[in-house]
Design a protein around this ligand. Structure first.
Ligand code: GDP
Length: 194
């Protein structure tokens, strides 16, 4: 995929602010700090379009990035950050759930998990939930540069087994090296063409 146009169209806090029109949307879900913003930047070859942060739990908006004027990446607020209040967590949950359940333009979700760790309980719940609502899901095992090649393969297999995902629906990815970029584009291409 050659990306020649990318822009942040809106950071939405409520459905009325979501973009109009019917372009397909690919949602990125995962716990805070798992690498969602970095993945978007790497996929579109931009250093800082999506704001990465070393302070997890900051993004509380749904960020709609228009790509090639053809589809959107939608960066959803990260879950599982311990330091936010229960009330804030509930608000985030509601916002994410509403988007995932109701948004007709949503064609695929990318569930990001850290390749170094067993999926958290939140990751497993999210995966099961996406499955229940029959939202096509590609699992992205992020930060793959942090493991040796052998260990990386082992971990990807373990995550695959743990979540019960098909081998073709999981991709090892590194925003640092670009590993996995082309396989990920291949995995999502069918979901972004009208
Ligand atoms: P988000 O909260 O899910 O959007 O996560 P970010 O993209 O902001 O990344 C959180 C932190 O992890 C930042 O310090 C990134 O530089 C780092 N990070 C993200 N992806 C990678 C990766 O593939 N490799 C390495 N080594 N670090 C990464």
């Amino acid at each position: 995929m050659i990306v020649n146009h990318a822009e942040l169209v809106v950071s939405a806090v409520k459905p009325e602010q979501y973009p109009k029109g019917s372009l397909p949307e690919i949602a990125l879900v995962g716990r805070s700090n798992v690498g969602k913003s970095s993945l978007i930047n790497r996929m579109i070859n931009r250093k800082r379009l999506a704001h990465t942060s070393s302070t997890p739990g900051k993004t509380q908006t749904l960020n709609f990035y228009l790509i090639n004027r053809a589809f959107y990446f939608v960066d959803l607020p990260g879950y599982g950050y311990a330091k936010v209040s229960k009330q804030t967590k509930a608000q985030w949950g509601h916002m994410i759930e509403h988007y995932l359940r109701k948004r007709e333009e949503l064609t695929c979700a990318l569930l990001l998990v850290d390749v170094r760790h067993k999926p958290t309980r939140d990751d497993v719940n999210m995966f099961d939930w996406l499955d229940y609502y029959t939202i096509p899901t590609v699992v992205v095992a992020t930060k793959s540069d942090k493991l040796s090649k052998g260990k990386r393969l082992q971990q990807v297999k373990a995550i695959q087994r743990e979540l019960g995902v098909r081998p073709e629906d999981i991709v090892a990815f590194s925003s640092a090296t670009g590993e996995g970029k082309e396989p990920l584009w291949r995995a999502i291409t069918s979901y972004v063409s009208n």
